[in-house]
Design a protein around this ligand. Structure first.
Ligand code: GLP
Length: 233
């Protein structure tokens, strides 16, 4: 039987402590060798809490979901920069992985990343969700069998994420992203979704339909998902 657990929380702090407790447990059991991480504002309180704990990730390999094409780790809006700032500069991991936004051979970079993922299967993948139901940068319409690839960002995603870029700066419209099939390879998935802006995506997830138009609905096919949310239905 698939495990699909929904935990309603009053606030982000409660969600954060549940995830931290869960990671602590899995670390103790020796079940956490490879951890999938995400970017986005949803993840910041969680990383802040992790940094404050004495949890030891020195034997854990981290994988991030995605990276903008064309941005390197010194660009303040790159996901590599985000991860360094919020987590990796403060917590030691055995190894951290994120697609190289500056790769000239994009196909090769995608293949390299997918191979690395296969070598270190993800035990727990943390996920957020976009307002249009995207996971990582798998936009509506992405085939469910997609592996790591270069995605064209939707108008909705560009609109939402451009708030982080300067007015005179063009935000990238492409990104390297783990595909939906790459994400589904994770043994366990923890999805965090907070606030009314995510309601449509959560409604789609908790409804009856599984459709490529709402990438998040594919999680219903995964054997072990925990949704932690403050969105009451
Ligand atoms: C980006 C990331 C996603 C993330 C989403 C939501 O588009 N590629 O992985 O889930 O943003 O971000 P936020 O948490 O800021 O709402």
């Amino acid at each position: 039987m698939p495990f699909f657990n929904i935990i309603y929380v009053e606030n982000v702090e409660k969600a954060t402590s549940l995830v931290v407790d869960n990671l602590e447990e899995e670390l103790k059991l020796g079940n956490l060798n490879s951890l999938g991480l995400a970017t986005g504002s949803t993840m910041i309180p969680f990383y802040t809490s992790i940094v404050e704990t004495n949890l030891d990730f020195s034997q854990v390999i981290a994988f991030n979901l995605d990276e903008y094409v064309g941005l390197d780790s010194s660009h303040k809006n790159s996901f590599a920069f985000f991860m360094h700032e919020h987590l990796f500069s403060k917590k030691h991991f055995k190894e951290t992985n994120i697609p190289n936004g500056l790769s000239l051979d994009k196909k090769l970079e995608c293949a390299r990343y997918e191979k690395k993922l296969d070598e270190h299967p993800i035990d727990i993948q943390l996920l957020g969700v976009g307002e249009n139901g995207h996971i990582a940068f798998n936009e509506p319409g992405t085939p469910f069998d997609a592996l790591t690839h270069v995605a064209e960002l939707s108008d909705s995603t560009v609109h939402v994420n451009s708030q982080y870029f300067e007015a005179n700066e063009n935000m990238p419209t492409q990104a390297f992203t783990m595909g939906i099939a790459s994400i589904l390879k994770a043994k366990k998935i923890i999805l965090l979704a907070f606030g009314e802006k995510k309601r449509a995506a959560i409604d789609a997830l908790l409804g009856d339909i599984i459709t490529e138009q709402w990438p998040i609905t594919v999680l219903k096919k995964h054997p072990h998902v925990t949704l932690i949310t403050n969105i009451k239905r």
